[in-house]
Design a protein around this ligand. Structure first.
Ligand code: COA
Length: 89
């Protein structure tokens, strides 16, 4: 939870040989359910800029682009960029 009514998911990885089998959706559904129980009605996700696996996945599940920011957990001298997307839940 990042506020009383909003939660954020920072990373989500599926074993490469098991992609496109619905597992990412099931994992996201489980996190979403947990956030709802904690009182969230908005869900955020972070995804690396240029990640052509993650971005279409989240967009297909109703997330819309909101902003760019310095990547979570990147070091002082790194300039990796994350994109933040959000949806209502
Ligand atoms: C992103 C990721 C978690 C998706 O997991 P997955 O188990 O393959 O996804 P699903 O099988 O549940 O797919 C869900 C939907 O997204 C779509 N989708 C998934 N990956 C896609 C891609 N690369 N391009 C277009 N659509 C995609 C699927 O078509 C499906 O839509 P549908 O139900 O309408 O057919 C997985 O590709 C992954 O681990 N990628 C590397 C890490 C990453 O990018 N994580 C996200 C940012 S941290």
């Amino acid at each position: 939870m990042i506020s009383e009514s909003e939660g954020e998911l920072y990373v989500l990885y599926v074993e490469p040989t098991r992609k496109y089998q619905g597992i990412g959706t099931l994992l996201l559904d489980a996190v979403t359910q947990e956030l709802k129980e904690l009182g969230a009605d908005v869900q955020w996700v972070s995804v690396a800029k240029g990640n052509q696996m993650g971005i279409p996945f989240y967009e297909s599940l109703g997330f819309r682009f909101y902003e760019e920011k310095k990547a979570y957990a990147s070091l002082e001298d790194e300039d990796r960029v994350a994109l933040r997307y959000k949806r209502s839940i």
